[in-house]
Design a protein around this ligand. Structure first.
Ligand code: BGC
Length: 271
């Protein structure tokens, strides 16, 4: 029989942005298996969101799909309203939606720059603000969690590793890191915890070209001391911990889940 300890998020309500593919889908699954009800946000490919919901339900979990482009204020507010209408409130926000629009710097268009900033950074602002307003309105419910709410910002190792050819992406993730820490500082006294997860190379559609052939994977593994490419479930498990009361004294931190990618592997023999 499953106990409360097996279900650390029992009775909690979570919203995961960009949850119909890749890391977001794994996070939604992990939260649901830990006992949370999950809003699966998507912007394209409704079918994938509905399939994920069926899978979660088949495992005994609860989830609903809500469409919204996280870079649009009215759509974000509408999404939160739909969640509140369905389940009354929110306990966990996972700001996951993110995109890459890669280009050499000299060729990068303003559109490529703006698209990445709007989704990866402005999207996190708009969703975190709605969640935080609700956490403050509702306050702590001790039977549910020690905290009034938890916000988890999915960033990247590129919040600290510069990335040529991807400057819009790296700049957005560096921004996510200081956004996360600044709101953690501002909201801690309200019993709101805000943390980040910085994934390394995880097998998802966003970086398929970096792992889909054996040659590409061998190249990639040179950057990963732990000698395996990450799986989306690696991030799902870390998210459950940061969302649960097991991490109650943790706020304003970036948890790197990267197989050691940020350990400067080139220095193992060099320097
Ligand atoms: C990027 C991936 C990349 C990984 C490690 C992630 O944030 O989205 O494309 O493989 O960082 O470089």
């Amino acid at each position: 029989m499953l106990t409360k300890k097996d279900l650390p998020l029992d009775g909690q309500r979570a919203l995961v942005t960009g949850a119909n593919s890749g890391i977001g889908a794994a996070i939604a699954r992990s939260l649901a298996m830990a006992g949370a009800k999950v809003v699966v946000n998507y912007v394209v490919n409704e079918q994938a969101a509905l399939t994920l919901i069926r899978e979660i339900e088949a495992e005994g979990g609860q989830a609903i799909a809500v469409h919204a482009d996280v870079s649009q204020e009215d759509q974000v507010q509408n999404m939160f309203q739909q969640m509140f209408d369905a389940w009354g409130s929110i306990d966990i926000l996972v700001n996951n939606a993110g995109i890459q629009r890669d280009a050499a710097f000299l060729d990068m268009s303003l559109e490529q720059w703006d698209q990445v900033m709007n989704v990866n950074l402005t999207g996190q602002f708009l969703c975190a603000r709605e969640a935080a307003r609700e956490f403050v309105r509702r306050g702590v419910i001790p039977e549910i969690s020690c905290a009034a709410g938890k916000i988890i910002c999915i960033s990247s190792v590129h919040e600290v590793i510069p990335w040529a050819g991807h400057v819009n992406y790296a700049a957005s993730k560096g921004g996510v890191m200081l956004f996360m820490k600044s709101i953690a500082q501002e909201l801690a006294h309200l019993k709101i915890r805000v943390n980040g997860i910085a994934p390394g190379a995880i097998k998802t559609p966003i970086n398929k070209s970096a792992w889909e052939t054996q040659e590409a994977e061998q190249q990639l593994l040179k950057l990963i001391p732990y000698e395996r490419v990450g799986e989306p479930s690696d991030i799902g498990r870390a998210t459950v911990w940061l969302a649960s009361d097991d991490s109650d004294y943790v706020t304003g931190t970036s948890l790197f889940v990267d197989g050691g990618m940020t350990l400067y592997p080139g220095f193992r023999e060099g320097g």
